[in-house]
Design a binder for this molecule. Structure first.
Ligand code: NAD
Length: 377
């Protein structure tokens, strides 16, 4: 089987789907691995190292796609690239499936199997292939590092002969994978950290990191069987905003990571709340691309409010630590493949009853097959 890994097209995507070490692991399994030259250049993995690991360089991208049985890549492909795939090929990448009905239709029309990294179930068995978690964790870390670099304050308390500097205050909204890592990072840097999440189970995790859990009574909230937050009613959101306004006003850094899987992110920081914040405070909106938690945040842009609050809208914070993000992402790809690889037959074990396959396979054999996306196709 040929596994082709193209270099990412968009200049703002420095990550890659494969590193030399995982290329070597795939070659060991019996796959023929082809990579587009420059695959790892933005994340500092050299072509020569892929070749030394047993991969071959494929400079002809359309030919690479046409010959591949398997394609691994980070970002969703163009419809043009999907049309180049061979019938029966399997394509594994982020697909943004809730917003891409035309792309799913193109995969189906091409007779290919589209597998979505976003839809891999968040189960213990699938943990090794959970790219949402591996990337969110680094994004949460990077959010604090980026914000700290733009803040005109030190984070830790410092007792100096010239007086005491008080610790900066960090407020993390949404304490899932990214939020918990942001809390841990801010704590390590010495900040005073508070956090809020609508899932009550999170309180203990926040406290175990040494942060304070902010209590806001929103009535009935909870989580889905998959561990995701349930969407709030407009009344609950208004209550949450009122409860958070004072904390935002006291905070030097606010990191928002609140998402509701498959839906637009809730708007949690209004203009009025930003108006109440201190000049020089920094806000990072990790949900900027899925609707934005912060009023006025813009994907890929830094925005300064009239009262001097800086809002960072980098939608690819994990890309700022691209070498490590690529390392763990490549491990996620390799773990997915290994789970489904039949070493004896030297092919993919295409088990449609496997819970992981059921969760992440969106198109197969000419049709959209995932129940969540049948309606939109
Ligand atoms: P996510 O990115 O969908 O959401 C981020 C956080 O935002 C979540 O903690 C969510 O509760 C929170 N949120 C949503 N609306 C909010 C609001 N109005 N105000 C404040 N917070 C809000 O979620 P995620 O971080 O990818 O994962 C969430 C959870 O899924 C994890 O904490 C975990 O319980 C579970 N999970 C399990 C596994 C596993 O078992 N392998 C892996 C990953 C995640």
């Amino acid at each position: 089987m040929i596994c082709y890994v193209p270099a990412e097209k968009m200049p703002e995507e420095p990550r890659a789907a494969l590193i030399p070490a995982t290329a070597q692991a795939l070659v060991k399994l019996g796959l023929t691995v082809q990579v587009q030259p420059g695959l790892g250049s933005a994340s500092h993995y050299a072509d020569a190292d892929y070749v030394a690991a047993g991969a071959t360089l494929q400079p002809d991208h359309p030919a690479g796609l046409a010959a591949a049985d398997l394609v691994f890549r980070v970002a969703k492909p163009s419809i043009e690239d999907v049309a180049r795939l061979k019938r029966g090929a399997l394509h594994l990448s982020f697909l943004d499936p809730f917003n891409e009905p035309a792309l799913l239709a193109a995969f189906a029309a091409a007779g290919t199997s589209a597998v979505s990294l976003e839809m891999i179930p968040r189960t213990t068995l699938a943990q090794k292939m959970d790219a949402l978690s591996s990337q969110a964790s680094l994004a949460g870390y990077a959010a604090v590092i980026q914000a700290a670099a733009r803040l005109k304050l030190a984070l830790p308390m410092m007792m100096t002969p010239a007086g005491t500097i008080l610790p900066s205050r960090v407020f993390v909204i949404g304490a899932g994978v990214a939020g918990l890592q942001a809390i841990a990072t801010a704590k390590r840097l010495g900040a005073r950290v508070e956090a809020f999440d609508t899932r009550p189970v999170v309180e203990e995790q926040v406290k175990s990191l040494g942060a304070k859990f902010v209590k806001i009574d929103l009535g009935q909230t909870g989580q889905t069987a998959g561990g995701y937050a349930q969407a709030l009613t407009p009344e609950q959101i208004a209550k949450q905003q009122a409860g958070m306004a004072k904390i935002c006003a006291q905070s030097d850094m606010v990191i928002t990571t609140a998402k509701v899987f498959g839906r637009k992110a809730p708007r949690l920081l209004t203009q009025a709340m930003l108006d109440g914040m201190k000049s020089g405070s920094v806000v990072v909106d990790l949900a900027v691309e899925s609707g934005g938690n912060v009023e006025g945040s813009r994907p890929g842009e830094d925005v300064v409010t009239p009262n001097g609050v800086l809002i960072l809208g980098n939608p690819n914070l994990e890309g700022t630590v691209a070498h490590h993000a690529t390392q763990v992402l490549a491990a996620n790809f390799a773990a997915w493949l290994t789970h489904f690889w039949d070493e004896k037959k030297q092919t993919l074990r295409f088990d449609r009853d496997d819970e992981i396959m059921k969760g992440c396979l969106l198109t197969h054999d000419g049709a959209v097959v995932h129940p969540q996306f049948l309606k939109q196709s």
